[in-house]
Design a protein around this ligand. Sequence first.
Ligand code: GLN
Length: 478
Amino acid sequence: MDLTLLTIDAARSAVQERKTTALALTEAHYVRIKQEDGQIGAFLTLSKERALEQADRIDRMAAEGKTLPPLGGVPVGIKDVMSTRGLRTTAGSKILEKYIPPYDCTAVARMEAAGAVVLGKMNCDEFAMGSSNENSAYQPVRNPRDLSRVPGGSSGGSAAAVAADMAVVTLGSDTGGSIRQPASFCGVVGLMPTYGRVSRYGLIAFASSLDHIGPLAKTVKDAAIVLRTIAGRDPMDSTSADVPVPDYVAELGKPVRGMKLGVAKEYFGEGLDDEVRQAVEAAIDKFKSLGCEIVPVSLPHTPYAIPTYYLIATAEASSNLARYDGVRYSHRARGVKTPSEMYRRSRDEGFGAEVKRRIMLGTYALSAGYYDAYYLKAQKVRTLLTRDFDEAFRKVDAIVTPTSPTAAFRLGEKSNDPLSMYLADIYTVTADLAGIPGISVPCGETKEKLPIGLQILGKHFDEATILRVAHHYEHSFR
Ligand code: GLN
């Protein structure tokens, strides 16, 4: 049995039934990391001590014949924007190079309480700003399927680690597509839950009204298991919703026959690569053969999504990132003479180019005289985009689209052209703006053997439906 190829249930049962140990599983993943990660660059920090302690705790439970929790002994990775107590958390930024949080992010705490073994922290774009992982202040991540290509971003390390069998599952964050787009580029499953479904407590804020935590996994079922673990009200995050969490795993098997799936022409326009289009159209045909009804829907405000997102996300980022001033826990410049020089130099030395660009854009959009024209206007368009979805979901149960207009691009291909990089999010930002859930599942590959992702969007708090649709699609090939 290759211990790095197991799904969550297979890994947990193997430990439960004493066919292997959590320790052996953990070690096998560290061996794999040692072999592979030199060229991929998915991990920023390893937490071997913490992992071995947790694995040992699980092994003792198994030895005593106790029933293991749902993630008992399962090796996982955590995107480095989630705080981990006593374990360095950089957000991919030099400004937090030495930051050791005094507390755990709720999602991480819930994973560990469910038995997960945290292998380490995953590389990402700085403060989760980017679509290629090239904005990490440490190293770019390379796509395990083709090392000359990007893994997507900003959760590029989280996606690459799962694709290269260096972790069974990982947590990522999605503000404009950062779970789904890298999942699609690396050929894994990525789920963004409804806004408020998963607590953001301990997530380093990028754009608070858009930030979501969710899993990247090898199978839809694994994503369902992780969501069940991390979802639910948390008193530490006032925006986390008090909505019952269904048993996502039990719902996977329900039939999809008769379900109505929407297809919006706005997601098949200019800029969509031909091979991606063909793969998604083939997936739509597959759904027909599974007995789903395909219904045309219209999402007319979609063309405004990218500008709306880049106004709101940068405005919120400029405010959230004001706290990194060198006074408390971030990098502090040396040899400064006045407080204002300290703020300026600390921020100048600590932040990378993309983060600075966003802070400037966001500050501009929020400034007196421009607020109404930019920020307020963007908020109004956000409402229109949300209404588009409300309207569409009156007619359909879920909407299928491509996840990204292209497969993985080459390192360096877009890094000098922020606008073309921003367009990589064209099909994903809408769900973040509307607060609805979305999942990306692999749906074939290009001639060059690069993975293609299919996106399934759902109604607020209806992750169960999109997981079910994705699961049936995934299984239609077996
Ligand atoms: N690529 C988008 C951005 O750069 C989305 C990032 C994200 O979802 N965190 O803002």
